[in-house]
Design a protein around this ligand. Structure first.
Ligand SMILES: Cc1cc2nc3c(=O)[nH]c(=O)nc-3n(C[C@H](O)[C@H](O)[C@H](O)COP(=O)(O)OP(=O)(O)OC[C@H]3O[C@@H](n4cnc5c(N)ncnc54)[C@H](O)[C@@H]3O)c2cc1C
Length: 384
């Protein structure tokens, strides 16, 4: 193993490999990435791949638009088809306050020239006749949105990074970070150590534990989300958008011949990755409520994964004041997959150019929590 590196990345999920790739493309020197298990085995492999421009804050919209550019030309750049399916996202409102928020969101999104539509119940009924409509007050739809394959995207970044000289070690946990005079000096694993002036925390739901080893408190909590897949089920011949019943926090979309339906998001942090019967029942009830014909569907399988939740549901990016050279790429709160291209790019810029030029990430600094500068959303946004 190398004795020194310019940059060490802790975590081989989609964020870590995207950062590695972007650093390598900017000729950052020797980059070494450590993954304690297998690449992608954390949240990335459990993600449902949603990609949307329909966010309610400017900063998230900027990350989406920048990332979209990469998803659109992914195959050209990486030689891997990302399976990007632009079926659109349909948000459904059932309360007046949600409708107000949807209207605000649409006017914000339109400022960015996003072709989002504000729909009334009749327009929704005509386009998606399988939906139960009695309580729907309206919705929004954007055809730019959709989903892609997390393992395809991860493999594109990882292959590109390796090709550009990044060393990726799987099955190797970073156990400590050494410091000298308030700045990082290197990392240790069970058997080795590497000196490096820059160390990136890309540990997903484990971000807080990696912070602890260097004495930095990172407010990221793991929250379990369960997902279920039905046996093959034919709902319609037309494309099914990723449809979100906002109030119920429930969504569904096509998944090969079946449907993917969301189960509940836990309220208490844990690293529990089991699925349970209660969650399956809740997911099925929500499905039958909104799409009555789904009473004929059968759940075939399911899985659980961990969101990496920050206090304001926005990413925590950049330097930490206490430790020079320690960089955070954490707290994506359920949208790290879709923002991974832009995150890789801005973190590479921050390290090599001293500033993220593509998107101003100063509002995402960890210091916002101490200063009370949390990023406010009009309503707790629905998270994939
Ligand atoms: C059910 C579910 C659905 C989701 N749906 C979407 C969606 O539709 N759209 C979207 O954009 N996002 C979605 N997400 C969120 C998305 O999966 C995450 O934001 C994204 O995968 C985060 O990537 P990451 O690389 O930061 O974390 P991870 O993929 O978790 O990678 C972190 C890695 O760090 C490793 N690690 C931790 N500590 C160490 C250490 N000390 N040494 C070495 N390695 C270490 C871990 O093993 C892990 O592999 C979803 C998440 C879940 C759970």
């Amino acid at each position: 193993m190398e004795k020194t590196a310019e940059v060490v990345i802790i975590g081989g999920g989609v964020i870590g490999v995207s950062i590695a790739y972007h650093l390598a493309m900017k000729k950052a020197g020797q980059i070494v990435l450590f993954e304690k298990g297998q690449l992608g085995e954390g949240s990335t492999s459990r993600c449902v791949g949603g990609i949307r421009t329909q966010f309610s804050t400017e900063i998230n919209i900027r990350f989406s638009l920048e990332s979209l550019k990469t998803f659109e030309r992914f195959e050209e750049e990486f030689g891997v088809n990302p399976e990007f399916k632009r079926i659109g996202y349909l948000f459904l409102a059932t309360t007046e306050s949600e409708m107000e928020v949807f209207k605000e969101n649409v006017s914000l999104q339109k400022k960015f020239n996003i072709p989002v539509e504000l729909l009334n119940p009749d327009e929704i009924r005509v386009r998606w006749p399988y939906l139960r409509m009695h309580d729907i007050l309206g919705g929004t739809f954007c055809p730019w949105d959709g989903y892609a394959g997390p393992s395809e995207v991860l493999s594109g970044f990882a292959t590109g990074a390796r090709r550009a000289g990044v060393k990726i070690y799987e099955g190797v946990e970073v156990t400590s970070i050494s410091l000298t005079k308030g700045r990082v000096k290197g990392i240790k694993t069970k058997d080795d150590e590497i000196a490096a002036p820059v160390i990136i925390n890309a540990a997903g739901p484990y971000a807080a534990s990696v912070g602890e080893i260097v004495g930095v408190k990172i407010p990221v909590k793991p929250l379990r989300r369960q997902i279920f897949i039905t046996a093959p089920f034919h709902l319609t011949d037309r494309p099914i958008p990723l449809t979100i019943d906002f109030n119920r926090g429930w969504y569904f979309r096509q998944e090969v011949d079946g449907l993917l339906i969301s189960g509940p998001l836990d309220t208490e942090p844990s690293f529990n990755l089991n699925i349970d019967y209660g969650a399956m029942a809740e997911a099925s009830e929500n499905a039958m409520y909104r799409v009555p014909i789904l009473e004929k569907a059968r759940i075939a399988r399911g899985w659980a994964g961990l969101y990496e939740i920050s206090p304001d549901h926005h990413a925590i990016l950049g330097k930490v004041p206490e430790v020079d050279g320690f960089i955070l790429a954490n707290g994506f709160s359920g949208h790290g997959f879709q923002h991974s291209p832009a995150v890789g790019k801005v973190i590479a810029e921050l390290i090599l150019d001293g500033k993220a030029n593509t998107i101003d990430i100063s509002s995402l600094s960890i210091e916002r929590f101490g200063k009370g500068d949390l990023i406010l959303e009009p309503m707790t946004a629905f998270k994939e």
